[in-house]
Design a protein around this ligand. Structure first.
Ligand code: R5P
Length: 312
């Protein structure tokens, strides 16, 4: 393990600390500061020569600063003669812009992949990336780990009767179907349209939710519009309690307050993006699940060259 180094930027230090605790190694020190004009300065505080280096850094808000820190940390690690550099990006930002949906727009997810490869990254580990095909934007190995086992364990503990798992849009059908099968629950799909970015409209609900308890599952919640509109549509069609779960709590602006006011029985999310429990509204509706154990095991297996098969 002395050739295993884990370091982090400013995006999710709490998660990085849990990971190194699990691995029984110290966090490799990093200085991460700003020049007077706002440029980012990073310096790795000890030798990493010949080591497998894992950089834990989500690209959540402030997205561009966190992305730049990640790129600089990779560059610093490569130039410091690391044997390998793996970016562990629990939440991979810019992933929603993964295709051209109108003229004169970029494919940002591909451009970010190019940037990461341009600093000679060896491997990317991420969790529940917005669309699986983003893996193909890279020419290096990409391990997209699923948070599903963690979420499923928690939902099973809730022992919800008459459960229907709901996908809030057609794109999430595969995920919702897999959850419904593993929870022995029904399945419903919402026909959502996006007239413009960050605005969503429910057109239809496919499936029977009358008298059922519903669990809406999504990869991320940003403004909360998708999930809140989905919950209203389900209630209009006779749903009883509505739960929501996502892997990545992007929660822009006042999204979390709006979710709480929307009277979800539970709002479940993981710590791929840091939200301090103490600073959140004190309500039993909120449940934060940690991906630290999962990522620690992934890092351990990659370092020792073991298969990740059992983890997917
Ligand atoms: C869309 O495809 C995603 O899976 C999410 O449903 C979406 O990004 C959530 O955004 P918002 O919370 O702003 O509706």
């Amino acid at each position: 393990m002395d050739r295993l180094k884990v370091l982090t930027g400013n995006s999710n230090r709490a998660l990085a600390e849990k990971i190194v605790d699990n691995l029984h190694i110290p966090l490799t020190p990093v200085e991460c500061s700003r020049f007077s004009d706002g440029e980012i300065f990073v310096k790795i505080g000890e030798s990493i020569r010949g080591s497998d280096v894992f950089i834990i850094q989500s690209t959540n808000k402030p997205v561009n600063d966190n992305m730049m820190e990640l790129l600089l940390l990779i560059d610093a690690a490569k130039r410091a003669s690391a044997k390998s550099v793996t970016a562990v990006v629990p939440y991979y930002g810019y992933a929603r812009q993964d295709r051209k949906v109108e003229p004169r727009v970029p494919i940002s997810a591909k451009m970010v992949a190019n940037l990461l490869e341009s600093v000679s990254l060896d491997r990317l580990v991420t969790i529940d990336i917005h669309s699986n095909q983003i893996q193909g934007f890279f020419n290096i190995p990409v391990d997209n780990i699923y948070a599903a086992p963690i979420i499923l364990n928690y939902v099973r503990e809730l022992a919800i009767e008459d459960l229907v798992v709901v996908s809030p849009d057609a794109g999430g059908t595969h995920r919702a179907r897999s959850f419904s099968a593993q929870l022995n629950a029904g399945l419903a799909i919402i026909d959502k349209r996006r007239p413009q970015a960050n605005k969503s409209v429910v057109m239809n609900v496919i499936g029977d939710v009358d008298g059922k308890n519903c669990l809406i599952i999504d990869d991320l919640i940003d403004t909360g519009g998708t999930i809140i509109n989905a919950a209203s549509a389900l209630r209009e069609r006779g749903a009883r309690d509505v739960y929501c779960v996502c892997t990545h709590p992007v929660f822009s602006d006042n999204a979390l307050d709006r979710l709480i006011q929307a009277e979800f029985k539970k709002i479940i999310f993981t710590d791929t993006i840091p939200l301090k429990r103490e600073s959140l509204p004190q309500t039993e509706q909120l449940e934060i699940l940690s991906v630290a154990d999962l990522l620690s095991e992934v890092i351990r297996r990659i370092h020792f060259g073991s298969s990740l098969e059992g983890i997917f």
